[in-house]
Ligand binder design. Structure first.
Ligand code: COA
Length: 176
């Protein structure tokens, strides 16, 4: 567990992910509502977001993912995941997914804290290589560069924004 001012970041057990489903869903809903390209298309409601995190809770329970959460004054305002379960010939590799910070809590360093903790937990879980992808030109791209991630390149038209417009994706890697 780590505190930065009043921000606390920690890994959640599966049962706690289930307890926090509404708060996690609020964060995902807010990000998609704000136009973030994080797998989902409009219309996307709170129930859709809750169902997504119920699925992630099951993955945490199976040991396939780590799920970290950031709390500001005790309120869950951000989250990130580390996908651990990858093909048998890539046991040393993990993937960062679903880095999400509620709009009302942005620009306070919460995403940076989440990433620093996700990397540390991935290392502790035996991972020595992480990869991720992100929308080209979005704030997250600057964050990853600042945190020492290596930019591989851009894949044009890789994904869609919630409103269906295509977006380019930048792929990154980092050795731990
Ligand atoms: C990308 C995202 C996670 C960043 O979250 P965040 O908590 O605002 O990130 P940080 O606060 O660590 O950094 C954001 C900016 O705030 C700045 N910042 C950090 N602490 C600050 C402070 N105390 N005062 C002012 N600015 C600050 C950072 O330097 C950074 O600046 P930059 O935009 O020039 O790079 C958030 O915008 C988000 O959830 N977006 C939607 C979902 C998404 O795109 N996720 C990425 C999927 S790969």
């Amino acid at each position: 567990m780590a505190a930065n001012g009043q921000i606390v970041v920690r890994s959640l057990e599966a049962a706690e992910v289930e307890e926090q489903l509404d708060a996690l869903a609020d964060v995902l809903f807010d990000c998609v509502d704000g136009g973030a390209s994080v797998s989902y298309l409009a219309p996307f409601g709170h129930d859709d977001a809750r169902a997504a995190f119920a699925g992630f809770a099951a993955e945490v329970r199976r040991g396939n993912r780590l799920l970290l959460a950031a709390f500001a004054d005790g309120e869950l305002v951000g989250t990130v995941q580390v996908i651990l379960a990858l093909p048998p010939n890539q046991p040393h590799r993990g993937e960062i997914a679903k880095l999400l910070v509620h709009r009302r809590a942005r620009r306070r360093g919460i995403a940076q804290l989440l990433m620093e903790h996700a990397e540390a937990e991935a290392l502790a879980a035996g991972k020595s290589l992480l990869v991720l992808d992100t929308v080209t030109g979005d704030p997250a791209e600057r964050l990853y560069s600042r945190l020492g991630w290596n930019r591989v390149g851009v894949i044009p038209g890789y994904a869609l924004y919630p409103d269906g417009r295509p977006c380019d994706t930048t792929v990154f890697w980092k050795a731990l």
